[in-house]
Design a binder for this molecule. Structure first.
Ligand code: ZN
Length: 182
């Protein structure tokens, strides 16, 4: 038994179960789990990340924020490090004002642990690609451009430099900007 592989598949299975019934906001309404799967794939494929706990955290990254999952539940299943990486990339839902919550992402970005920073960077790369290729229904050009601008600010604030993921983000951002503006 390959424990690393088991950890990753367990995380994918757990996240799919937690996100069951949730759909993405794009026109095709695909299953939500495709987003965490894409984030994990970006880490491995574009970022060359092979740490199985970071890949597992990517698969689980929206479970606390968007499903009934707690950090201690994740710690029991996947260990403290995976759970804390997920907690680090979770927005504080006690802040009800959306603009303020977005502002907090910027404020908190520089203090992320190395693993959480990579998950955040891959998450933003995934979202930026989607804003170009498959935007949420009803998003105006202005809203899409605002999102791209904000994502760039968050990524620039993360403690990640000289990493292939950063190049992947920049390339995805340039491509999506071109797609949105045309
Ligand atoms: Zn996400």
């Amino acid at each position: 038994m390959d424990n690393n592989l088991v950890l990753i598949l367990k995380a994918a299975n757990f996240a799919a179960d937690k996100h069951r019934g949730q759909l993405r906001k794009e026109a095709e309404s695909t299953a939500y789990i495709n987003h965490p799967l894409q984030v994990a794939r970006i880490l491995a494929e574009d970022g060359g990340v092979s740490d199985p706990e970071i890949i597992a955290a990517a698969l689980l990254h929206d479970t606390i924020e968007d499903t009934a999952t707690t950090e201690s539940e994740l710690a029991a299943h996947f260990g403290v490090r995976v759970a804390s990486m997920v907690a680090e990339v979770t927005d504080d839902k006690s802040i009800t004002d959306k603009a303020q919550r977005k502002q907090m992402q910027l404020v908190n970005a520089p203090h992320k642990s190395p693993g959480a920073a990579l998950v955040k960077l891959a998450d933003k790369t995934s979202n930026v690609r989607d804003v170009g290729d498959r935007p949420a229904v009803g998003w105006s050009e202005e809203r899409r451009l605002n999102y791209l601008d904000w994502a760039k600010q968050v990524v620039d604030a993360l403690p990640v430099s000289n990493h292939p993921l950063k190049d992947a983000f920049e390339a995805s951002l340039a491509r999506s900007l071109a797609l949105v503006k045309k």
